[in-house]
Design a binder for this molecule. Structure first.
Ligand code: KG4
Ligand code: ZN
Length: 375
C-alpha cells in the first residue's frame, strides 16, 4: 500500500488557509470518504461562510498491485481498502489537526463503483455516523469530480456546463445547482474517454492504466501524422447526437492502423499514433463541450474526472474556451483522479444547501444516474 502523505500543494491562501484556521473560524466540518475503485481517500472540508475550505486530503492507492494484472482486480482493491481506511482517516485528521469529535457531518461515495470497494467505505462511514450521531450523505462519485473544483475556484456559477470524463463516464451536464439540480444532456454511446485511452495504451504495449502513458507519449509525437476519425462529430449528427460521444470507431481505427503497419513490415511510430489519437479525442470532447455551452447559453465550462488530467484535453479546452469567450474551470491535477476531497466537497455542498441526509440503511450501487447527487 502507498499512502500519499505529501504536504498539501501550495495553492492560494483561500484554498488552504492556515491563517484562517489559526483564527478558528466557525463553520461545520464535513468528513469525506472515497473508496469506489482502487483508491482510499479521506478529506476534511470546512463549510465556510462564502466558500468551502479544504483542511486535509489523504489518498492511499493499491494501483501498484493491479498494474501487473493489466486491470483493476476488485478483490484486491477492497481488501486493500479494508487495510488502508483507518490509517488514511487518522492521517487526514492529523493533517487537519482535528479529532473525530469536531466533525459535524460525513459524506461517503455510495456509487457508482466496485461494489466491494464501495461497501468498505460505506460500512466505515455508517459506523462512524452511528457512533458519533452525525448526519451521513451517501453521494454520487461522478458529481464529486465536478464539485471538487469549488474548493479551488469557489462556488460554481448557476448554471454551469459540466464535462465529466473518467474511466467509466463521458457525459455533458447542465448543472443548475450542484446540490440538487443536475441534468445529463448526453453521454458516450460506447467507451468512455479514459477507457479508450487505456485500451489504446494496451494496444501500444504501455503499462496499465494506459491513459497517463498515452498522454506522455503523445507529447513526443506529431498530432497531424495520422487522420483518425472523430466520432459523432459530423454535422449530420448535430440534431440527434449533439451531446453524445462515441470512441469505439476511433479505437478500432487505431487498431487497424497498427495492424496494417505491422502487416507491411513497416516501423510503427508509436508517438505519432498516440499524438494523433489523443488529438482526435481532445478535438471531439472540446468541440462538443463548447458547442453545448453555446446551445445552452452557458458561459462557464467545468471539466472533471480522472481524464481531465489529460494534457491534450486541457490545452485544447483552454484554447477553444478562450476563443469562444467561455470561462473554463478544471481542477488542479491532484484533484482530477479519485480523492477524498471531491466527496467532502459534495457533502459540504449538500450540507450548505440544507439537503436531508441519506437514510442510515442506504445501499451502495454500481450504477447511479448523474442527476442523483445522493442516495
Ligand atoms: O476518475 P478516475 O480516476 O476513475 C474513474 O472514476 O473512472 O479516472 C481514471 C481514468 C483512467 O481511464 C485513466 O487512464 C484516465 O482516467 N487518466 C488519463 C490521464 N490520467 C488519468 N487519461 C489520459 N491522460 C491522463 N493524463
Ligand atoms: Zn473517478
Amino acid at each position: 500500500m502507498t499512502l500519499d502523505l505529501a504536504p498539501l500543494p501550495s495553492l492560494p491562501d483561500s484554498v488552504y488557509p492556515q491563517s484562517l484556521l489559526a483564527d478558528n473560524p466557525a463553520g461545520p466540518i464535513v468528513l469525506g470518504i472515497e473508496s469506489s475503485c482502487d483508491e482510499t481517500g479521506v478529506a476534511l472540508v470546512r463549510v465556510g461562510p462564502e466558500r468551502d475550505i479544504l483542511l486535509a486530503d489523504v489518498t492511499a492507492s493499491s494501483m501498484e498491485e493491479h498494474s501487473r494484472y493489466g486491470g483493476i482486480i476488485p478483490e484486491i482493491a477492497s481488501r486493500a481498502q479494508l487495510d488502508e481506511l483507518v490509517p488514511t482517516l487518522r492521517a487526514a485528521l492529523r493533517q487537519a489537526q482535528l479529532d473525530l469529535g469536531q466533525v459535524d457531518a460525513i459524506a461517503v461515495t455510495a456509487g457508482p463503483g466496485l461494489i466491494g470497494s464501495l461497501t468498505v467505505g460505506a460500512a466505515a462511514a455508517k459506523a462512524l455516523a452511528l457512533a458519533l450521531q452525525l448526519p451521513l450523505y451517501g453521494v454520487n462519485h461522478v458529481i464529486g469530480h465536478i464539485c471538487v473544483d469549488q474548493l479551488v475556484n469557489g462556488p460554481l456559477p448557476q448554471p454551469a456546463l459540466g464535462l465529466i470524463v473518467s474511466g467509466g463516464h463521458t457525459s455533458l451536464l447542465r448543472i443548475n445547482d450542484i446540490a440538487c439540480d443536475v441534468v445529463e444532456l448526453g453521454s458516450t454511446l460506447d467507451d468512455a474517454a479514459g477507457e479508450a485511452f487505456d485500451k489504446v495504451g494496451r494496444l501500444l504495449g504501455l503499462p496499465y492504466p494506459g491513459g497517463p502513458f498515452v498522454d506522455k507519449l503523445a507529447r513526443e509525437g506529431n498530432s497531424q501524422a495520422i487522420k483518425f476519425p472523430r466520432g459523432l462529430a459530423n454535422p449530420k449528427y448535430a440534431q440527434t447526437h449533439a451531446y453524445d460521444f462515441s470512441f469505439s470507431g476511433l479505437k478500432t481505427a487505431v487498431a487497424r492502423y497498427v495492424e496494417t503497419v505491422s502487416d507491411n513490415n513497416q516501423t510503427l511510430n508509436v508517438a505519432d499514433v498516440a499524438a494523433s489519437f489523443a488529438a482526435a479525442v481532445a478535438d471531439v470532447l472540446t468541440a462538443k463541450a463548447i458547442a453545448a455551452c453555446q446551445r445552452e447559453n452557458i458561459s462557464t465550462l467545468v471539466i472533471g474526472g480522472g481524464f481531465s488530467a489529460n494534457s491534450q484535453l486541457r490545452e485544447l479546452a483552454a484554447e477553444r474556451a478562450a476563443a469562444a469567450g467561455v470561462t473554463l474551470r478544471i481542477p488542479p491535477l491532484r484533484f482530477c483522479t479519485d480523492n477524498g476531497a471531491m466527496i467532502a466537497a459534495l457533502g459540504a455542498a449538500l450540507y450548505r444547501a440544507g439537503i436531508a441526509p441519506s437514510r442510515p440503511d442506504f445501499p451502495v450501487t454500481s450504477t447511479l444516474p448523474l442527476s442523483k447527487m445522493l442516495v
